[in-house]
Design a protein around this ligand. Structure first.
Ligand SMILES: [Zn+2]
Length: 272
């Protein structure tokens, strides 16, 4: 009986040592290769696109965890992603990577904000400047200048910083599944006309479907009109299936950095 216990404890110690060695190996390998760059054909990278809405002062302003994030949590997530070796890229870089014009670092991600809310200018933009990370804001044209939303002057100021891309989240945030294709295209075309009237010519046109709702016909029509398109489906983009006309985005919510990282890996396995 005693001998059996000793054998079991020895096996347990060996397993524990193997697990520790395994994890250490993964961490050492990860650190050693974090600055490696790959073309789209060289490695199947995970490229999460994070979707936030508003960044608020404190927890008392959180009504829904997918709609509001405190500036403290947002900063922790950005700093945490940087510490984990994430490189923050733009849609322009993503498109060039897809076209095999540039390589991306092993861990690359994109930060986005939907709805054009004022807290992004007040609370997220200073943090983006502090950590020198780019982000994209999807604005609702008819909400611009209204209470709680950014103004065109603020949009221009952020764009001029070189860190921020202002892109379209439609004219008026309709459910696109209820729109005929021609109206959907007209809505997005009009929104980009307004963006360019206010902010000048845009080198890249990016659209995010309100509520993530769309039809296949709309996606094809908007693709023909040159729009990169975003969904909001909590999935993670991977190089091999990278589709600029149906990009996946996931919610970081108010997760700790460890939970965020685990979710990226979990979703990469679960949904691809
Ligand atoms: Zn929205």
């Amino acid at each position: 009986m005693e001998n059996k216990k000793k054998v079991i404890s020895k096996i347990a110690i060996v397993i524990l040592i193997l697990v520790i060695l395994g994890i250490s190996g993964i961490v050492i390998y990860d650190r050693a290769t974090v600055n490696n760059e790959y073309s789209i054909n060289e490695a199947n990278l995970q490229i999460p696109i994070f979707v936030y809405h508003n960044i608020v002062e404190d927890a008392s302003q959180i009504e829904y965890d997918y709609m509001q994030t405190t500036k403290d949590t947002f900063e922790k997530q950005i700093k945490g992603l940087k510490d984990f070796g994430y490189n923050f890229i733009t849609y322009d870089q993503l498109q060039k990577y897809k076209n095999n014009e540039i390589k991306l670092k092993k861990k690359s991600c994109i930060v986005t904000f939907d709805d054009g809310l004022e807290g992004v200018y007040k609370n997220a933009y200073p943090i983006a400047q502090k950590y020198n990370i780019p982000f994209t804001m999807f604005v609702i044209i008819n909400s611009m200048e209204k209470e709680g939303c950014i103004t065109w002057n603020e949009a221009k100021e952020m764009q001029d910083s070189g860190l921020v891309t202002i892109a379209s989240h439609s004219m008026d945030h309709p459910e696109f599944t209820k729109l005929p294709v021609n109206e959907a295209v007209e809505n997005v075309n009009n929104s980009y006309k307004s963006i360019e009237d206010n902010l000048g010519n845009q080198t890249i046109k990016i659209f995010t479907y309100p509520y993530g709702l769309n039809t296949e016909e709309q996606r094809i029509a908007l693709k023909e009109n040159g729009y990169i398109q975003n969904l909001t489906d909590n999935k993670i983009n991977k190089s091999k299936q990278l589709d600029l006309y149906g990009l996946h985005r996931c919610y970081p919510l108010s997760d700790s950095i460890y939970k965020m990282i685990l979710k990226i890996y979990y979703r990469s396995i679960r949904y691809n």
